[in-house]
Unconditional design. Sequence first.
Lengths: 425, 108
Amino acid sequence: MIKDFLVIFRIYRNKLFLILLILGMPWAWAAVWVPWWVNLMCLAMVPIAGLILIFRVLPLPEQPRREGDDSTVSDARIRKMRKMSSGINNLLSRWAQVSHHSRSSIEDVASHVDEVISYSERSIIDVSKNFINVTRKTRRQVDHALGLLERTRGGSHVDSGSRSLPELVEAYEVMTRHVVERLGRISETSQQLERRHEQVRENLKHIDTLLDQLSAHDSKIGMLALNTSVTGGGSGADFVSVSDQIRTISLESKALTRDIRRTLEEVRGQSQETHGAVRQAVQQAREAASSAEEESGKLKSGMLENSRALEQTLAQISALGNEIQADINNIIVALQFQDITQQKLQRLKHPMLTDLTTSLRAIFDETRVLSSKLQTTGMVDRSGAEGGGDSSEVAKDVAGQPAEATSPQVAPKPKGGSSDTVEIF
Amino acid sequence: MRQMVCFTLTSAGHDVVEAADGNEGVAAARQGKFDLVITDVNMPGMNGIELVRALRALPEYKFTPMLVLTTESEQSIKQKGRDAGATGWIVKPFSPDILLNTLAKVLD
């Protein structure tokens, strides 16, 4: 619309003052206080001024014929051709403007497409590299885990210096069995000791009984002595009787004493045997403790070594896990480029390409209209301009300049993590 | 993108509710109260800045932290986000660690 006004302005700029004068003069009188009939006259002058404007001022002045003009062609036809040339000139100037705009748009599109391609390539490369890293590290993790499993199973590749966990467990079982066996022997010895102790107790009880008997004999002797002193040296028969009794008691006491001695001998023997058994039990217990301590030390060192190896393997697996996490983070970052490129393409599609298409379509329509007008006037060969092919060719020539030759190479943006990545208001 | 953010947050132990666009986000926000809102700027229908503005209009989200994820780093768009009531701005591409650190900072 503005362009049309500009074109009209360019054509009639020499007559602009006259046009304004004609249009404004009738109303200039009306601007001040005048009688009513003056106003009526001014109103009557408006159509007259309009007619003068239309028929005398606005028509283009007739151009004088030029030297190169064909003398056989009439003036009217030359004017018509010049008018068409002017229209074509306007169209071409608009074509030039649109093509200039289109060229810059296409250059922008080309640079954005380059950027998108660069982003895509880089993200694909990043994703691929990180996937390879993740796969490689996962493989190493699996190897470590398999090594750990092999160690747990007690495989053949285990170092000669260390024992596998099952071997250690088996060794613990053997050690425990030995300790149990030795404790069993100690228990048997203790039972023997108990039995001997019981025998000693029986013997001591027997001695106690014998000593009671001896004490009873002693009482009897005392009673005999007392009876003898009461009778005061009685008859000889009584004396003989007492002496017989004393002899009998003496013989019994002797027998009892022998019995006590024999019993004491038995107790001594049993005591010696008990002593031997106790020494044996102590020796067995000491040996068992020493053996258990030695075996326990070996097992302890084996367990510590296994724990260290396990810790080391788990640390390696954990470190690889952290590295895998970092790689996955990188993959996530690289995958975000897909989102960025998608949004960039959307921005390319709208409004840049949409505007470009709209402008080209408008120009194409105008060209077709002009072409049909030319065909209608008969000033162009109808067969040569059939279907508007020429205008399409023109459009192609103007807008279809090779963008690669002029589009600047845009360097890809730096990867994320820069200081302006995050901003908290 | 949404799934990646969801994966990162759930891996870090957060409970996440997803919404496909701004309108769905507002509907989800009306149904429950969330501690934090993360949105992209470019979304179909209601964009991220409009979403922030709509949520800020709700009384229960007046002081809720809202982070905006986008490829845009122009100051004018940032200013629009700030005016709408966004708490922070994260420019893509970003590392998951950056997202989690920002989250912790904003939730503190």
